[in-house]
Design a binder for this molecule. Sequence first.
Ligand code: G3P
Length: 215
Amino acid sequence: MKLFLDTANIDEIKLAAQTGLIDGITTNPSLVAKEKKSFEELLQEICSIIKGDISAEVTSLEIDGMVKEGKHLAKIADNIVVKIPLTQNGLCAVQKLKSEGIRSNVTLCFSPSQALLAAKAGAYIISPFVGRLDDISEDGMNLIQQIVQIYNNYNFETQVLVASCRHPLHVVNSALIGAQIATLPYKVFEQLIKHPLTDIGLEKFLSDWKKVNTK
Ligand code: G3P
């Protein structure tokens, strides 16, 4: 399973990259707006740190505008994947970009029917948002189960990227279902590593070891 970091923050990306466990980065306009650098500057820096897929989102709503922006973003680095919103225009833009060899991550997916259409359009990645569904008392993980089953039924190559992950259980359940990718905030990445029994166990081992070495 691939793990992506859902951030545009260079410090977080550098810290997580040191572990060697981060396969890619997803950004969105809200995450980029939190940073002080320009979008292009950020993307260039991110692409130089992480060699895997880096998602960069368009902000146009029209087909031509999305395609134009997508082409521009794709020129920044070979590992850029153009993030396109799941709208009727977005699905058209995905096909146009694909015909030019540009890969799309179709974002803001909240239903299995949307995911089916994104795969038919030739999306490289589909991004269902589990946390935002949980927020409105729907079951985000159930959507992942449905999409994975649909894609398996028809051998779609579109990768399922579980987005809007809010806690480690979202990641674990995504892995159990067989989603190819989960993207997580830095905090959730840290939570995946930590366990209180690991800390307690390590403290005990080290204090016992100190006794041996002071004899
Ligand atoms: O990048 C898309 C998604 O992961 C956003 O998550 O927490 O804003 O719902 P969130």
